[in-house]
Unconditional design. Structure first.
Length: 192
């Protein structure tokens, strides 16, 4: 099934023109990005966050509150016969997108993340890879989004592996005092 892009460039999308959605504890933008050639299926980029309370994302940290930033691709049946289907798997998502649209997806996600940061200023932002044991070449999109968040005034506080072997990044807003969440015996890391 062929899909056609609904956006000619990332400039065609402005988060201020879209309402935030709320579902199952997540808050996100749902951005139409493609439509099937027959008009039945619409592909959305869902980018947002889920708040975590008193969780310990790393052994070098005490339990803390943080926002987990995520995105996924969702396929909607415009006829209403099938429930929406969402994925974070790039191979599945590629079937619902026009060829070579990965850059457009990341640009939309970047715009959403920047808007969220500017509007809400979360002190700690957590991100994690979808899969474990990724080869280095698979980290391009993660490094891109890390730079986007850094450009909004954040630094990587901790980057490690979670219990499932996935790489994660906990980023801190410049000026946020992390002394209350860093374990007292921890001497490594970027704690300033």
């Amino acid at each position: 099934m062929a899909f056609l892009s609904l956006l000619e460039s990332p400039d065609d999308f402005d988060p201020e023109d879209h309402a935030l959605q709320h579902q199952r504890g997540c808050v996100f933008f749902s951005v139409p990005i493609a439509v099937s050639a027959d008009g039945r299926w619409q592909t959305m980029v869902d980018a947002g966050w889920h708040e975590h309370y008193a969780e310990r994302p790393s052994l070098v940290l005490k339990p803390c509150n943080f926002w987990q930033f995520t995105y996924e691709i969702t396929l909607l049946d415009t006829f209403g016969e099938f429930l929406p289907e969402s994925t974070m798997d790039r191979d599945i998502a590629a079937q619902w997108l026009p060829p070579h649209s990965g850059g457009m997806v990341l640009d939309v996600v970047a715009r959403c993340y920047s808007y969220i940061i500017r509007s809400f200023e979360p002190p700690l932002v957590y991100r994690v890879t979808n899969d474990s044991n990724l080869p280095e070449e698979a980290f391009g999109k993660y490094h891109f989004l890390t730079r986007v968040i850094e450009n909004e005034g954040y630094d990587v506080l901790v980057s490690e592996f979670d219990r499932e072997g996935r790489t994660f990044w906990l980023m801190v807003r410049n000026g946020f005092d992390v002394t209350e969440i860093v374990e007292e015996d921890e001497t490594s890391g970027n704690w300033s």
